[in-house]
Design a protein around this ligand. Structure first.
Ligand code: ADP
Ligand code: MG
Length: 352
């Protein structure tokens, strides 16, 4: 639904240049919720603004719903009609698009329809009320923005972004932290809309723990680049993935000289607890669970667990092989609880 190739944005002012996007290749499938994570200044907002060409990329291409928007943009600052038409298929929620304080919630939602001259007055009002209902605010139709909470304003912004029936919604509204509860409920709403309307959603968020509850896929941005991306399950299965570490964090714990610390990654094919107790029973070993971050995700067990087995690695080749046979990814932690490439390679080879 959204594809970018080599997307680059350089901001130039008189005395300096900032490369905000540095060759971004992004791929968002139709009907998925895609989360973009990254620290401040990573380029997330620039990316989102480039996707509907609110910001003109310096180079690279943006395709949305099979249309190459960069080709539609033309060379002047005037927005060609073809680009304007393509943009109505892309809803946008961001802090720059504040609600108009002189208009009620319902009138704010009607605004895009008015501007585009869609339907008559009564039809516009009817659609706006349906949208308010969808975001759970039909009782606030006559309220003015000043009378609404931050979360309610964000919901009205979402309703307004949906006024023209877009197939894609871009959201850069999640402010870092003053109220994580509100952020969560707004992101939950986006997930709901994704399910109900088949809407493709790309959102920027600082709440990494929300990503696993809401997103099908995610990307980590750093210095204008996407350094990791994939479905949540794919990221988990990637050894050393920073995003997976953030989503399913495990504490660091030193192992003794005759103990083996092993990280298990559950991909959703196996139930966690039976496998561990089966392992203990079958091989008569004492297993210490050092840490676990396992969750039921879309009805499947997904996550990681760090366990400790008695004996050195060589003594545990068979139990580790058993775990792998159950469809669990096994990585051996190094001596200080730090996973080492060498350890991983050994396990893979030993088990194969
Ligand atoms: P994020 O949303 O991840 O915090 P931004 O996309 O806002 O990141 O910014 C990426 C980089 O581009 C930052 O270094 C920022 O200072 C710079 N930048 C963003 N917008 C502009 C602009 N309009 N002019 C110049 N530099 C900008
Ligand atoms: Mg930003």
């Amino acid at each position: 639904m959204i594809t970018t190739t080599g997307l680059t944005k350089v901001y130039r002012s008189r005395d300096r240049e900032v490369t905000a996007l540095d060759g971004v290749d992004l791929s968002v499938r139709e009907g998925e919720v895609y989360g973009v994570v990254g620290s401040s200044g990573a380029g997330k907002s620039t990316l989102i603004r480039c996707l509907n060409l609110l910001e003109r990329p310096t180079s690279g291409t943006v395709e949305v719903n099979g249309r190459d928007l960069t080709a539609l943009a033309g060379r002047t600052d005037r927005v060609p009609a073809a680009l304007r038409a393509a943009r109505t298929g892309i809803g946008m929620v961001c802090r720059r698009f504040d609600l108009l304080s002189s208009r009620t919630a319902q009138e704010n939602v009607e605004l895009p329809l008015e501007i585009l001259g869609v339907a008559g007055r009564r039809e516009r009002a009817r659609r706006a009320r349906d949208l308010l209902d969808m975001v759970g605010l039909s009782d606030q139709a006559r309220a003015y923005p000043a009378q609404l909470s931050g979360g309610q304003k964000q919901r009205i912004g979402i309703a307004r972004a949906l006024a023209c029936d877009p197939r894609v919604l871009l959201s850069d509204a999640a402010t870092p932290g003053p109220d994580p509860q509100t952020t969560r409920s707004v992101l939950g709403l986006l997930r709901e809309l994704n399910r109900q309307l088949g809407l493709t959603v790309l959102l920027v968020t600082h709440e990494t723990d929300v990503v696993k509850a809401v997103c099908d896929s995610a990307a980590l941005m750093k210095g204008g680049r996407i350094v990791e991306s994939g479905t949540v399950a794919e990221l988990l299965a990637t050894p050393g993935s920073e995003l997976a570490e953030e989503l399913f964090p495990l504490g660091v714990r030193a192992s003794g000289p005759d103990r083996t610390v092993v990280d298990l990654t559950f991909h959703g094919e196996s139930a966690t607890r039976p496998v561990i107790s089966q392992l203990a029973r079958t091989y008569n070993v004492d297993i210490a669970i050092l840490d676990a971050a396992v969750e039921t995700y879309r009805g499947r067990q997904l996550g990681r667990m760090r366990i400790e087995l008695p004996g050195r690695f060589e003594d545990n080749v068979v139990p580790i092989g058993f775990l792998r046979e159950q469809g669990i990814q096994v990585d051996v932690a190094g001596p200080a609880g730090v996973r080492t490439t060498a350890g991983r390679t050994t396990v893979r080879e030993a088990v194969r």
